[in-house]
Design a protein around this ligand. Structure first.
Ligand SMILES: [Zn+2]
Length: 158
């Protein structure tokens, strides 16, 4: 059995049977009769070191471990797939608009720049208030923690 979440489509969690060598099996379907327990694992290659018993309860514990240690932190920084799709579509439409009516695209992009900056500062403040570190804020934006701090620390408290 595997676990997925639509907003992190590249991650499929599973309870990997641990082989007698101590290595987790490469996938949930690579079942072996001789295994000594379960470890949480993910299709992206992530594995957890903690071993759970070779019982049905052990699989549940490993699956919860995948969720709590791997999926939940990723999900915290993953925008809803539906909004990513809309954002990509908007970008494509603006590229077309810029080719056909560049002044109209300029007007629209200037309006977006105004609310984008405000929303960005609001989101950074919200993340900081929720306990996110500058490293986490930077990682969510694809920049370093130093860059995130330099850019936003004057705009948010704490
Ligand atoms: Zn993963």
């Amino acid at each position: 059995m595997t676990f997925t979440c639509p907003d992190i489509p590249d991650h499929e969690g599973f309870a990997a049977p641990v082989l007698p060598t101590g290595e987790p099996a490469p996938s949930a379907s690579a079942f072996t009769k001789t295994f000594v327990g379960y470890q949480a694992a993910c299709s992206c290659g992530w594995t957890d070191q903690r071993r759970f018993p070779a019982t049905p309860e052990g699989t549940k514990e490993a699956e919860y471990r995948w969720w709590s240690r791997h999926a939940a932190p990723l999900l915290a920084a993953a925008p809803p797939a539906e909004l990513v799709t809309r954002s990509n579509l908007l970008c494509e439409r603006i590229v077309t608009l810029a080719a056909e009516r560049p002044l109209a695209a300029l007007t629209l992009l200037s309006q977006m720049e105004g609310w984008q900056r405000t929303l960005l500062e609001h989101a950074v403040a919200g993340a900081r208030e929720a306990g996110a570190s500058w490293a986490q804020v930077g990682a969510a934006m694809g920049i370093s923690k130093q860059s995130a701090h330099e850019r936003f620390s004057a705009h948010v408290s704490a």
